[in-house]
Design a protein around this ligand. Structure first.
Ligand code: DP6
Length: 361
């Protein structure tokens, strides 16, 4: 399949105005996407848990314009006009215009809100771009008259990827693969797919408590970060390793081998940060409290037979992952021993979710 598969067939319906609201979740990568080629093609496959509570709700209102020579839109976050969001959306529109040719026909009002605080250091690009892509697909569904559910989700993921790579993993749940992997049937560089094989009960309803160590703006934007993988001395080996980790996860997911799962997930998080420490220029995105938390988690795991582990995004916050049957004990551990390392004691309790939802049409 090539990108051309996503060029729309001729529209058979017309619509002058309307609005759609979608709510779309964030996701947390277990094997990390870090490094991309042109057109948002990932250098390696990744897999993520879709989250449940951390999400963006976006309403896209549209009305036909007199002329259709350029994009016309306005953006609001929590009812406040956000002109600084416009360049990113303009870039997104330029990338996807070929696949959704109605973009210049309408004026759009994009109203968006996140369930997590804007200044939490949690990336909103995955939930935000996927919510917007889904709203656009709802418009296209009207214009096409008909589209299968499978094609709707696949194209929404394809469009979301062009907004932000990881956003293509936020359309569905609960375990999503993005990037071609030899052993994962149906996997694609162009969109995310549901993990197609058996997953042991132990990995259902996994919990993710996000410890907000640093709520500031990201020190390195993901675009800059991905670019650092070009000419990186260890890039080639890193991309191979991601493929190996994906292969190993297939039997781990099937057999419920949580110890092996922990090794891969923590290694992936530390590798992501190691790549940033060894790029040129180099960055340390962890804070002292990130390390304190990691050491506490390791000590707790050694002292108990807990299966709690951590992963990291490209920042200082820590995602604490654990099976549902440890919910109470791990939350106690977090409250007693980890909250002190969070900025103003803030953390967000989340768990695996099952994807985006149409709120209003
Ligand atoms: C560290 O998806 O934010 O979270 O495609 O440039 O928008 P762009 O990057 P983005 O990168 C996310 C990187 C990561 C790992 C991951 O989610 O796989």
């Amino acid at each position: 399949m090539t990108e051309n598969y996503f060029i729309s067939r001729p529209y058979v319906k017309t619509i002058d105005n309307g609005s759609f609201t979608w709510s779309s979740p964030s996701n947390i990568a277990l094997v990390k996407y870090w490094g991309k080629k042109e057109h948002q093609i990932p250098e390696n496959p990744s897999v993520s848990f879709t989250l449940d509570h951390c999400k963006t709700t976006t309403t896209l209102s549209f009305s036909k314009k007199e002329t259709s020579s350029e994009f016309s839109f306005e953006v609001y976050l929590d009812d406040e006009k956000k002109d600084d969001f416009k360049p990113k959306i303009e870039t997104f529109f330029k990338r996807i215009e070929r696949y959704v040719p109605f973009l210049k026909v309408y004026h759009f009002k994009i109203e968006t809100a996140n369930t997590f605080p804007h200044s939490s250091g949690i990336a909103s690009s995955a939930s935000g771009m996927s919510a917007l892509a889904l709203c656009l697909m709802s418009v296209e569904r009207v214009l096409l008259g008909d589209i299968s559910e499978a094609m709707f989700n696949q194209k929404a993921s394809f469009l979301a990827r062009l907004g932000s790579g990881s956003a293509c993993r936020s359309i569905e749940g609960d375990l999503i693969v993005w990037g071609t992997h030899q052993e994962i049937e149906g996997s694609s560089d162009l969109y995310g797919v549901k993990y197609p094989y058996e997953v042991h009960q132990k990995f259902k309803n996994y919990q993710d408590t996000i410890l907000l160590v640093d709520k500031g703006e990201k020190q390195v934007s993901s675009t800059v970060g991905h670019n650092l993988m070009h000419n990186h001395p260890f890039a080639h080996r890193r991309f191979e390793q991601a493929h190996e980790h994906m292969s190993q996860l297939i039997s781990i997911f099937k057999n419920g081998d949580v110890d092996a799962f922990i090794k891969i997930v923590e290694s992936e998080a530390l590798t992501l940060h190691a790549m940033m420490m060894t790029s040129m220029p180099y960055f340390i995105l962890m804070k002292p409290n990130t390390l304190e938390i990691i050491n506490k988690i390791w000590a707790y795991r050694n002292a108990t037979n807990s299966k709690v582990c951590f992963t990291l995004d490209a920042g200082a916050n820590v995602h604490v992952l654990y099976p549902e049957n440890e919910k109470e004990t791990v939350l106690d551990f977090i409250k007693n021993e980890l909250v002190g390392y969070c900025q103003n004691g803030h953390y967000i309790s989340d768990q695996i979710g099952f994807g985006a939802q149409l709120i209003n049409a």
